[in-house]
Design a protein around this ligand. Structure first.
Ligand code: NAD
Length: 355
């Protein structure tokens, strides 16, 4: 088969890690007889430098006509002082919105080979964990009405959270279906003791639970969830939550897997087109040093094969290759604790050897 992939390398370590994932995809394509055609587009800081804006119509059109999109990361100190709507990160919200990517799947699992990296107590680590975080991605406070104004005490700023029934129902459905295909346990995370949006969220999730009697569905307040994730992560199978809570909790989950450089994500809409990216940022502190861990991006490319192209064997091949490389003791700098480590390109070579 022929697949057209839009490449959004972005800033910082973005180009290095996307290049690694492209190399892996090319090898997988060769092995299984697929052709992946890659078309690069600017996004984020590089787009500001080249085009004056973080996201151009050309990039949006390129992503909309591609079969799928692979993204590195955006942002960096060079653009930090620009006004909010001109910042590189604005491009992420723009492309998610343009592609209507309302679902963000963020798997967080503890690789047996990385148990030593987990900062939690030994007895908690021994139980392991494998969590799928289903985060709502195009609504909530990140997309709500916002502004600055003069208030009673001078300058003030506000952001608003709004969720419609439609937005909650469609993300909850993805979560119930995901739980059904896994261990059939779903925890819906909200702040229903304070927020009206959360009370609506909870009401709708409860209504839908009756359609999924095979899935055990429970609620948890977000502050408790933040605590439970480090106290007993093994209790979670699938989590569903709003845009901002999902953003924060998935970063927390990444830390207990050992490194943020390990976590992939898939952003999906109602079609097979998706956008796949690591959950970390552009890591300006290590950019250009061939030191970044490319595994999150390689696994994101793997998720593309699975969710957009239905290539489960090819996906499993990538996951197994990563497992084998970690089992063999190979590490990137973020996982090495000062011991000798492999560069971005070297660990990519090892993964490719195992495909
Ligand atoms: P970050 O995720 O870029 O980095 C946090 C820490 O993790 C740094 O020490 C970094 O070196 C390390 N790290 C991240 N990815 C790594 C990898 N693959 N391998 C090894 N180490 C890795 O977060 P930050 O420092 O808060 O943000 C840096 C920039 O990235 C900011 O401009 C921010 O806005 C942007 N950002 C972008 C995205 C995105 O593009 N999706 C997400 C988060 C942050």
């Amino acid at each position: 088969m022929n697949y057209n992939i839009a490449l959004l390398k972005g800033d910082g370590i973005g180009p290095e890690i996307v290049d690694s994932a492209v190399r892996v995809l090319e090898v997988v394509g060769k092995k299984y007889g697929h052709t992946f055609n890659f078309t690069p587009y600017d996004i984020g800081g590089i787009s500001i430098d080249n085009n004056g804006v973080p996201l151009t119509q050309e990039t949006i059109d390129g992503c909309l006509k591609a079969d799928s999109v692979l993204l590195g990361a955006v942002g960096g100190p060079k653009w930090d002082t620009l006004p909010g709507n001109m910042r590189p990160e604005k491009a992420l919200l723009g492309i998610r919105s343009a592609m209507n990517l309302f679902t963000n799947l963020r798997p967080a699992k503890l690789y047996p080979a990385l148990k030593g990296e987990c900062p939690l107590r030994e007895d908690i680590v021994a139980q392991g964990f494998d969590i799928m975080i289903v985060r709502e991605l195009t609504g909530g406070i990140y997309f709500g009405e916002r502004g600055t104004r003069q208030g009673k005490y001078g300058e003030e700023a506000y952001d608003t959270e709004c969720y419609s029934r439609m937005e909650i129902e469609r993300i909850a459905r993805v979560a119930f279906e995901t739980a059904r295909k896994r261990n059939k346990r779903l925890v819906s995370i909200d702040k229903a003791n304070v927020l009206d949006t959360s009370r609506l969220w909870r009401k709708i999730v409860h209504e839908m639970a009756s359609e999924y009697p095979d899935v055990e569905c429970t609620d948890m307040l977000v502050d408790n969830a933040a605590m439970q994730l480090v106290r007993n992560p093994a209790q979670f199978d699938v989590i569903v939550t709003s845009n901002m809570f999902g953003d924060i909790l998935s970063d927390e989950a990444s830390q207990i897997t050992g490194s943020i450089g390990m976590l992939p994500s898939a952003s999906l809409n109602e079609t097979t087109r998706g956008l796949y990216e690591p959950i970390h940022g552009s890591a300006p502190d290590i950019a250009g040093q061939n030191k970044a861990n490319p595994i999150a991006t390689i696994l994101s490319a793997g998720m593309m094969l699975l969710y957009s192209f239905g290539l489960s064997e090819e996906y499993n091949n990538i996951v197994t290759a990563v497992d084998k490389v970690l089992e063999a003791g190979y590490r990137t700098a973020d996982l090495s604790h000062g011991a000798p480590y492999l560069s971005t390109t070297e660990i990519t070579d090892k993964i490719i050897e195992n495909i």
